[in-house]
Design a protein around this ligand. Sequence first.
Ligand code: C2E
Ligand code: CA
Ligand code: CA
Length: 681
Amino acid sequence: MRNLPSALRWIRRLSLSARFGLLSAALVALLGVALGSWSADRIRRSNVDEAVRLIGYTNATTLYTLSHLGNADLPHNQDIRTDLGNLMIDASIHSKRLVGLIVWSASGQVVYASAPLTRTAMRHAPRELASAFAGQTHTRLIASADAVTDPGLHAIIAKAGPVLQIVSPDGASTGAARAVLQSLIPWRPVENNIRHQTMLMSGALLGGLFVFWLALFRLVTRASRRLREQADRNHNLANHDPLTGLPNRELLRRRTLASIRRANRSGRRVALLLFDLDRFKEINDTLGHHHGDLLLQEIGPRLSRVMREGDCIARLGGDEFVVLLPDVADAVHAQTLGRRIRAELAAPFVLEGVSLDVEASVGIAVTPEHGTDFQALLQHADVAMYVAKKAHLGLSVYDRVLDDHSPMRLALISELRAALADPGQFVLHYQPKLDMKSGKLAGFEALVRWQHPERGLLVPDEFIPDAERTGMIRTLTDLVLSEAVRQVNVWKQAGVKMPVAVNLSTRCLLDPQFPDDVGALLAAHGIAGSELDLEITESAIMADPERAHEILTRLVALGIGISIDDFGTGYSSMAHLKRLPIDQIKIDKSFVIDLVDNPNDAAIVRSMVDLARGLGLGVVAEGVETEETWRHLHDLGCTSAQGFYLSRPLAAEDVLPWVATHRARKTIPAARSVRAGSGPR
Ligand code: C2E
Ligand code: CA
Ligand code: CA
């Protein structure tokens, strides 16, 4: 009993068809046993019946003899033997079909007994006698001589072995029988017959049942295989897009979640790249849905070339697809793959002889910054895609700032992109820097403004952050650089030889191509490196210190001066700055503006000046708004200064007149004190 649960467990572990095979075999065996025992019973009965029928002829002869006697009741002393009767009975006994025959009268007397029985030896009438006189035939197997008391019968059975006793009425006329015959036939031949037939029957039954079971088993396994295949098909349908065969949203969701779990353990990131095809509707409308469908079917195979093992592309519906990157280092890595995807899709699709140019807008979201679950990632990739599409950026990484869905903002990004193609909208203003000791002009800082056709002149804070986020800053910087360099030449020809400083963004310091571009620009305008300064912030350097260091070194090799802008607001250490090839630091205006009234600021500026001098670097103070500040900075030992007190940023055409006025001045400070917000920008 204790083994039952383990047996059940074993059975449960078997395949469904093996379980069915076992169960059906057991049931068929049970059926076989029932059928077998029923048939064996039938065989036995029919053999007994046959024996009874066979003995009937001998009996009929006996009865014929009896009828000739004509008596109502047979006197027990009357010999019924006739020649014919004797002959038949003797022949039967001789052929061993019969071993004995006794005829009983209604009064219970033996009227006849075949040799070697004698009437007197038959003392006991069979117990079926009364019922036989009522018309019934009884058969009974007497297996051994011990079962009988009559000495005559005992002797016969002891000699002949088991016998089948048949007790039957004479049945010659209507009404009650006149006599009952007790025939004894040898059992062995009947038994042999029964055994033989039973064996035949068992063989046939076994074979038949086996064939039946086999057919049943095959039928069921075939049906179950069909069902399983259908289930597989259904499963596939539930997880895949029927048109393209790509995974659908549900499968993507599960794979993304699994990837996030793995990434959490390994410290890597998961990215979702959502894209749709620009102008897909046009293709559908002009070429028909057939071509639209063909195009959608081509997307997966086309992109399989750029996908790595483990990446997955899914179709969300319509012309929207998502690429799951389960293992990326960061958003920049994801962007690189996004660009590759765009490049793959940019090659024309040739569909049934029609060549189609397709472009895709890609939105990217990366864990954990842009979400830690599928829903958030997908939604943010969608926002990024929307931005990429509306602003014609091609590709955009999710940014919370862009997620206000403000049409104004999207419109501005879109206009910025258009404006970059038409550089006339950007103008540079130039703010002078003065040497603190001599009061002489030390250079200009170029500050960009956007002359927006409807919104008027926009200051950098209104568009630079978006330009940085969307990657357009690189183009904008090129534009500012070439305009600044051009302007340097114009001033040079007017006799004013002054270096111009241009502000750089983080991206320039990540782009190995940048120093070469700058070198080419300088060469094209015939300008020396020393006539250009570049201002970079601490955070730009810290984004990738190694690469920044390499790029700065190459810029310095061109003779260009490097300043650290907004110094004091970042986290770079002096120890780190020491290793960089820089010329000066620009103390951020937030420390300078209140210098006079705020002892803390004064202390900070003092220590910054000391440190910079210790490192042999120049110190520029920006945001100098008053004469007092100027004096204070002068006393602290700053090298140069920049600020509204000296001059606001000037339009290009105002620069030469300002220089002339400035040179005419004898003393510094010479301008009136200005607080922020007064005077022109
Ligand atoms: P920045 O590099 O710190 O530039 C100095 C900013 O301080 C300028 O603002 C300038 O007008 C302002 N400023 C100058 N003197 C004073 C003063 O005495 N008091 C006060 N309160 N402000 C003063 P602007 O032109 O609005 O530029 C803002 C920022 O935009 C710049 O800060 C710079 O980071 C960025 N920017 C400007 N042009 C470019 C560019 O061409 N490329 C890049 N990447 N960034 C630029
Ligand atoms: Ca600057
Ligand atoms: Ca600054």
